[in-house]
Design a binder for this molecule. Structure first.
Ligand code: PHE
Ligand code: ZN
Length: 854
């Protein structure tokens, strides 16, 4: 075993080992005879030898299946079956395979394949779940047309494509578009629909439905509007039209991820589609809109053009995340969207990229593909698409995408194919750019400057630290968006994109009358860590004057980080310079309220821990917590006169709307409330709680009450009011943990696991408690290790039930080497306890191995 390769090589799959499938599939016919414990699946599959393959070995994936019978061209046969699949002797010519298998949806708590959720049947096949439904070449480069017959005594029976026929207790569906098996879906249940329709630009009328459990029908309207907006946007911006007569969305309560883009039948975690003003917050509404768009956009980027193999996952995910972020920027605020995306990227992706789990946007090996649905593949993958667009320009980007859709429609392709369309469109060589896909780790970009005879020069250096399995890094192509300001705050050089390709490179700006102030990496033009030796006066100056809103907030953030660093490491007092700059922004009425709220927010404790570690310190979670508290208290005191005014000025009158405008006022008012609650013993928060008529107002007030120790009654009242609403009760669980003081976090989480409504089988509920624990930096990292112990206890319990969710949540331990020796030892002990658990799932075993050894 070498460093960074903790698993025995035999279990690993390598990109370089790719071979085309021996047999292709022309068509698939499936019959489902539904029964909770004994569903029968009868498959009839037309195979043809693949002219592009030399192999004639016939292998079908299949797991957790009981084979009842099999036949080839009508002749019964006896395949050789293992727990991974089967092999059989087949003709070197087209043939028909038939098989009947039995599966058990009721006992399927892993939520992969066909399973049951609240009496409803549903499927999840990405990435490799279809092999739990029937024997099949379960790989994305095998694309076929599917016909499905469902037999079951439930009122609603759905599959992909268009309905072709139905009767009492059965329905048939046909999907005319060839697709890989991971896009297969089936739903059966007692469901109600929220119907609507959309007419495409060429005049095709598409029926749209959102299917939900009967009690949820009043929570569909917003999702439906988001869907129609997305369909229109993809026509306007990418020229992409929908291609079936029907588009169905189904909400399901038990789901491992956010949502799934199955062809014509998207399946959503109910938390990512259901919303009403009373039950969902502004942030929920925005997220739902983005996820509906994301899944819809996959119809072209993922479904019509899919991935050749799972190493290419970023081909569909990076591009689709980029597309949904463009959509949100267009329908809401571009600056606010960019700032929150970068906050998320830094908190999650930078952490991943700078620890044992670092991997390239396109990994070159894996054990369990489920473990690669990561922030690196998704969010850094989207950053890479954004950089590509910046480098080639908007027009060339659109022409390249047109060519991509034209050239590869109906195909399963690779990142090389994707970059080739850009090369062919622009004539550019993207060989070096490819490193963004193949090289892991976050580049560090350092900058120095000089000014002489009217010429201002920026000197950049780039360096990427080693990551597991990749010790030596090559220089990247880094698009650096730069603008220059003169000392009065006017822009003397509007944004230009410098293209850095070498380890060290300088760029000149001529003809300047005085030394300018640079604004570097505007709009966060590349996912790098910028190391800039700027004094805090300059940061405050940029915070006040930069014309790029991203960098304006970023200067404030950098200033806050520096102030906090000095407070943590040198015991410094809160810097008045920062408090003054913040006050100026807060009270600047010309600025978008949502933007002001972002400037008001402080760097997170996770961000500070990363920064300290990067600067060679050992982050102390208690000291970080203390410093953030001291600074926020100082902010509240400095702003004490403004806060009640700001709070009052941004109250939204009239009926609730989740639009960006009113939501922006609420987020600013509620940020003010959060500070104000430190000064008024939560009087205003209590008043807001009592008067709230929407979830945003209610939960913001409840958060203040809980955090400042006045929440006992409201917490109980909230439960009594919402006990019948699963999604609201998830919030109730999470908030109690998030709003604890660090010494109470573990005890609170522990007590909540004993609550009658705690259900570890439901991923949303499990994540509500343990996600909140893991993200409570000081609470999780309690010095005695109780946080580590509690999480490990529950991951060990969850693993046999739901390996996928266990493996995702174990990432809470990924940064263990960042902390002091005592905490490292405590975390290591918990990781080893998990690793040594008998019968640990493959998913979790891979993750724990990588975290320990990377
Ligand atoms: N493909 C889904 C998306 O990004 C995510 C997903 C992956 C869902 C695996 C379920 C299982 O939209
Ligand atoms: Zn996706």
């Amino acid at each position: 075993m070498t460093k960074g390769h903790p698993m025995p090589d035999s279990q690993k799959i390598y990109l370089s080992d790719y071979t085309p499938p021996a047999y292709l599939v022309e068509s698939v016919h499936l019959t489902f005879k539904l029964s909770p414990n004994a569903t029968r699946v009868i498959s009839k599959i037309r195979f043809v030898p693949n002219p592009d393959s030399a192999s004639r070995d016939f292998f079908l994936h299949g797991e957790h299946l009981t084979l009842i019978r099999a036949a080839i061209d009508g002749q019964e046969c006896s395949p050789a079956v293992t727990d991974k699949g089967l092999t059989a002797q087949v003709p070197d010519a087209p043939f028909t395979w038939e098989a009947e298998v039995e599966i058990n949806p009721q006992d399927n708590t892993a939520l992969e394949g066909l399973y049951m959720s609240n009496g409803m049947y549903c499927t999840q096949c990405e990435a490799e779940g279809f092999r739990r439904i029937t024997y099949y070449p379960d790989r994305p480069d095998v694309m076929a047309t599917f016909t499905v017959r469902i037999e079951g005594d439930l009122p609603v029976l759905l599959s992909n494509g268009n309905p072709t026929d139905s009767g009492d207790g059965w329905a048939e569906w046909h999907d005319p578009w060839p697709k890989p098996s991971y896009l297969f879906a089936l739903v059966a249940g007692d469901l109600r629909n929220h119907p609507d329709s959309f007419t495409t630009k060429s005049g095709r009328k598409v029926d749209l439905n959102i299917w939900v459990r009967p009690g949820d029908i009043d929570k569909c309207a917003f999702g439906m509007e988001a869907l129609k907006k997305s369909m229109k946007w993809d026509e306007d911006v990418y020229g992409r039209e929908y291609d079936l007569d029907l588009f169905n969305i189904v909400a399901v309560d038990d789901f491992n991820m956010g949502a799934m883009e199955n062809k014509g039948l998207n399946i959503f975690n109910s938390s990512c589609v259901l919303a009403s003003p009373e039950t969902a917050t502004d942030a929920n509404f925005e997220r739902i809109e983005a996820i509906i768009a994301h899944e819809y956009f996959h119809n072209w980027t993922g479904n019509r053009i899919t991935c050749r193999d799972w190493f290419q996952l970023c081909l569909k995910e990076g591009l689709t995340v980029y597309r949904d972020s463009q959509f949100t920027s267009d329908v809401r605020s571009r600056a606010v969207k960019r700032i929150s995306d970068v906050d998320g990227l830094r908190a999650v992706q930078f952490r991943e990229d700078n620890g044992p789990l670092a991997h390239p946007v396109r990994p070159d090996s894996f054990v369990e593909i489920n473990n690669f649905y990561t922030a690196t593949v998704y969010e850094k993958g989207a950053e890479v698409v954004g950089m590509l667009k910046r480098l080639v320009g908007d027009d060339a980007y659109r022409r390249a995408l047109d060519l991509y859709f034209k050239r590869h429609d109906g195909q399963a392709v690779t990142i090389e194919d994707w970059l080739k369309v850009f090369e062919d469109t622009t004539g550019r060589d993207l060989g070096q750019f490819m490193r963004w896909y193949s090289q892991a780790g976050t580049p560090r970009l350092t900058v120095a400057d000089d000014f002489k005879d009217g010429t201002y020069t920026l000197h950049f250096k780039q360096h990427t630290p080693p990551t597991p399995g990749q010790d030596v890094k090559q220089p990247q192509v880094i698009p650096i968006a730069v603008g220059l300001l003169n000392p009065n705050g006017d822009e003397v050089q509007e944004t230009v994109v410098l293209e850095m390709t070498k380890p060290e490179q300088s760029f000149e700006f001529k003809g300047l009358s005085s030394r300018p102030v640079p604004s570097i990496l505007r709009e966060f033009s590349a996912p790098v860590i910028l190391e800039q030796d700027v004094d805090n006066k300059t940061r405050a100056f940029l915070m006040a004057h930069d014309s790029d809103p991203f960098n304006r907030r970023e200067s404030g953030n950098a200033l806050a980080r520096d102030v906090l660093r000095r407070m943590i490491t040198d015991g410094a007092a809160p810097d008045p310079l920062y408090l003054e700059a913040k006050a100026k922004i807060l009270t600047d009425k010309a600025l978008d309220p949502a933007f002001r709220a972002l400037v008001l927010s402080q760097p997170t404790q996770e961000e500070l821990a990363q920064m300290l570690f990067d600067a060679g310190h050992t982050p102390d979670p208690d000291a970080i917590f203390k410093a953030t508290q001291t600074l926020v208290q100082a902010s509240a005191e400095r702003l004490h006169q403004d806060l009640p005014r700001i709070y009052a000025a941004h109250q939204v009158k009239g009926p609730y709307s989740p639009d960006a405008g009113p939501a922006g006022h609420r987020v600013l008012a509620n940020s003010a409330l959060w500070l104000l609650s430190r000064l008024d013993d939560c009087k205003q928060a209590q008043a807001q709680y009592d008067a709230a008529d929407n979830m945003t107002q209610q939960i913001s007030a409840l958060g203040c009450l809980q955090y400042f120790g006045h929440g006992t009654d409201a917490t109980q009242a909230f439960y009594d009011q919402w006990r019948h609403d699963r999604l609201v009760i998830d919030k109730w669980f999470a908030m109690q943990v998030s709003n604890t003081r660090p010494d109470q976090t573990v005890a609170t989480a522990q007590a909540l696991t004993e609550h009658a409504d705690f259900d570890m089988k439901n991923p949303n509920r499990f994540r509500a408690v343990f996600g909140a624990l893991a993200w409570h930096h000081a609470g999780f990292h309690r010095a005695d290790g109780a946080g580590y112990r509690l999480l490990a206890d529950w991951l060990i319990k969850l693993d046999p039930v739901n390996p996928q969710t266990t493996a995702r949540m174990i990432t809470a331990f990924q940064s263990w080497r960042r902390y002091d020796e005592e905490r490292q030892a405590l975390m290591r002990a918990e990781l080893e306890r998990i690793r040594d658990t008998p019968d640990l799932s493959g998913d979790t075993a891979e993750m724990v191995g990588r975290i320990l050894e990377g």
